[in-house]
Design a protein around this ligand. Structure first.
Ligand code: ADP
Ligand code: MG
Length: 676
């Protein structure tokens, strides 16, 4: 019996050579062929000369009023010319290197030609001949290999639809198709290639994207459900009284948003579920303290807790903050990084193993085999996307299904949060602590850099501090370092009476800590730095952030850098020094000067760079949808998620999950990369 899994070899005219060509673009079965969608469409509606612009690619139809003349002017080089008349207007049509078209051009007959219009010369440079008439509005254009022409591909796709249409069965539940007025599957697949008009093209895409997202979500959710049934998390009966008392001792009042998310997390602790929560909040919104409160609560329930961060500077900083805040409590805090001294490390490891140490902060050093906990019940990862999947997993497995809290450095757009983190619960801090002043952002060209420094110098003498971020080369750390060093030497020479420091990634941790310590105490007034300072660093007295060659950075990274200032009550200034050549670079600089809202910037960043680049490195865990686009299809994604959620609560879901979704492997792969 025929099926969509048949080899394309069954189609007429597909011989061994063509089979090979098709396989080279990934087409082996009929289904592969039917879902090998065009990457663009040419608009081939017949047009009138009077309504087209110079340079437009159009289809013109007219009467052939001359014979075709072919001239050869080199091996394989030829020029074919003839004249076409539309409404009494004669136009010259030229085709290059397609002499064989001459046989299709017959004096006195109608002809439709696709080509590029030159208004001045009233001439069309032809690209394709459609014969007597055009029957559709759009012509699909596919990615092909050289020996597989567009025309031959289109021909076999037509044939496949003719022979196999009746085997294309519906996959989506009928009530959803009705509710969202989706095209049925067979119609949608056909229209993905050969839409009748623009509306149908749009509708077919909407249907296919919905299907992709829906099955993806359904699969993710059902996997999560299974996971939850498998490992019932522990319940942490924390001491609310103690937690309240501890909050009283903080040097500031919590914001409403901080209280709200702390409650959300604490509620999870009391539930017998395995918490998987993502804490999102803009730069400077105070995520660290929320993490501490949650850890504090878990400790009052008898659990040990761990906070994993991506850099040593950050680990050190959190350690100092936590020690200060926990001074009056019996809680024992430790710091574990690769530069922890051997004797000290031995002591920490012993205390983690016997349960004496309640809270440990660390870098990757935390996931080494030698680290054993007595009762690890709560795990936090800060800047979670900096860690590989296995690293996060290794840490979790040091406890018995510990509660897990993830934190992100800058906001993540909704669509990415939904797909990359699946059904993880999300808590959002949507408010900055009181008394913060808006950070003013200016974009200047490199020649104005000296003026910026002149403006800043007296303010620094009066007690302010500045970060001066050196350009990112990216290709090599050595070059980044040379840049930073040169900028450091220059700044020192220009401002001999200011104290200038240098911070870069190739320093030892002891050196880095020394420099950061000095900067914190205002013994260093201008800190020249590479992007090692990017994440999390907190020095509230710093009010100037100057970023050299700012156009080399992505929006989220710039936002994260800018977030190093504006942390105290003084007004802050961020200056982007850049001379971007492309439009994209200029646009990014402009957006930075217009908004300080991290959620807005995250969405823009996604639109401008695409999902793959969003996290700054190719994320293996992010799914590659065939048609769905995480930057533009947010609406469909949300609906698909909502429907998948509802369906899963229903007994029909098992049966619907059995139907063949678009790309079955996708959800499995993404799910396991995040949750296994
Ligand atoms: P981020 O969310 O970027 O990690 P941090 O946790 O580093 O932000 O907090 C930024 C700064 O704001 C820190 O200096 C912190 O002590 C301070 N802070 C946090 N919460 C409050 C609050 N409710 N009121 C005043 N300052 C706060
Ligand atoms: Mg932080």
């Amino acid at each position: 019996m025929a099926s969509l899994q048949d080899s394309v070899a069954v189609l007429n005219g597909v011989g061994p050579k063509m089979l090979e060509d098709l396989a080279s673009v990934g087409i082996e079965t009929i289904l592969d062929l039917l879902t090998y969608f065009p990457f663009r469409f040419d608009d081939i509606k017949e047009r009138e000369i009077t309504e087209i612009f110079d340079g437009e690619k159009v289809v013109l139809k007219g009467l052939v009023v001359s014979d075709a003349v072919v001239n050869y002017y080199g091996p394989k080089k030829s020029r074919l010319a003839f004249r076409l008349m539309q409404d009494g207007v004669v136009i010259n049509v030229t085709f290059f290197n397609q002499p064989y078209l001459a046989q299709k051009i017959i004096l006195g007959e109608n002809l439709a030609v696709f080509g590029k219009w030159d208004a001045k010369k009233r001439a069309l440079t032809g690209m394709k001949i459609f014969g007597q008439a055009v029957t559709a509005d759009f012509q699909p254009v596919y990615h092909v290999v050289k020996s597989l022409s567009q025309a031959r591909l289109i021909k076999i796709i037509h044939q496949a639809f003719a022979d196999y249409s009746s085997y294309i069965t519906e996959t989506l539940p009928a009530d959803l198709i009705k509710k969202y007025q989706l095209l049925d599957r067979a119609t949608a697949l056909y229209a993905m290639h050969f839409p009748k008009d623009a509306t149908q093209g749009h509708e077919s895409r909407r249907r296919v994207v919905f299907e992709e997202f829906f099955y993806f979500q359904l699969k993710m959710l059902s996997l999560k459900q299974k996971e939850q049934q498998k490992n019932v998390g522990s319940t942490l009966h924390f001491d609310n009284q103690k937690l309240k008392q501890f909050i009283e001792t903080l040097p500031f009042e919590l914001t409403t948003a901080q209280k709200k998310v702390t409650n959300e997390i604490c509620r999870d602790l009391l539930q017998p579920i395995h918490m998987q929560r993502l804490l999102q909040g803009d730069v400077g919104s105070g995520k660290t303290i929320v993490a501490l409160l949650a850890m504090y609560a878990a400790i009052t329930a008898g659990a040990q807790t761990a906070l994993m961060v991506p850099t040593e500077i950050l680990a050190q900083q959190h350690f100092e903050t936590f020690q200060k805040l926990l001074k009056e409590t019996p809680i024992k805090v430790g710091l574990l990084t690769s530069s922890t001294k051997t004797a000290e490390k031995r002591e920490i490891l012993a205390q983690l193993a016997n349960g004496e140490m309640n809270l440990v902060i660390g870098t990757h050093a935390l996931i080494q085999e030698t680290v054993q906990f007595k009762n690890l019940g709560f795990v936090v990862t800060d800047e979670q996307h900096r860690f590989g999947v296995n690293q996060r997993k290794t840490l979790r497995e040091k406890g018995h299904f510990p509660e897990v809290l993830f934190m992100t450095a800058t906001p993540i757009p909704r669509t990415l949060a939904i797909t990359a983190f699946g059904e993880m619960d999300v808590s959002i801090i949507d408010e900055l602590p009181k008394g913060r002043q808006k950070i003013l952002t200016k974009w200047v060209r490199p020649p104005q850099f000296d003026q910026v420094m002149e403006f800043m110098a007296p303010k620094i003498k009066a007690g302010d501090q500045a970060y001066l971020v050196s350009p990112l080369i990216g290709e090599s750390e050595t070059l980044d370092l040379e840049n930073a060093q040169a900028l450091f030497v220059e700044t020192q020479a220009n401002f001999p009476d200011l104290k200038v420091g240098l911070l870069h990634g190739q320093m030892t941790s002891a050196e880095k800590n020394e420099i950061m310590g000095q900067f914190k105490e205002n013994n260093i007034q201008i800190l020249v730095t590479t992007t090692v300072v990017e994440v999390g660093v907190d020095v509230p007295n710093a009010t100037f952030m100057i970023i050299m060659d700012a156009d080399r950075f992505g929006l989220s990274q710039l936002h994260q850098l800018r977030g190093r200032v504006g942390r105290g009550s003084k007004a802050s200034l961020c200056v982007l020094v850049a001379d971007p050549k492309g439009e994209n670079g200029k646009e990014r600089m402009k957006i930075m000067t217009e908004t300080t809202d991290g959620f807005v910037l995250a969405q823009k960043d996604l639109e401008m760079r695409g999902p793959g680049e969003f996290f700054g490195q190719k994320q293996s865990g992010l799914p590659q949808f065939q048609v769905g686009d995480l930057a533009r299809d947010e609406d469909i994604l949300q609906l698909a998620q909502q429907e998948a959620k509802q369906l899963l609560a229903n007994e029909r879901s098992a049966e619907i999950l059995q139907r063949p979704p678009f790309k079955e492997a996708l959800a499995q792969q993404v799910f396991s990369s995040y949750f296994d």
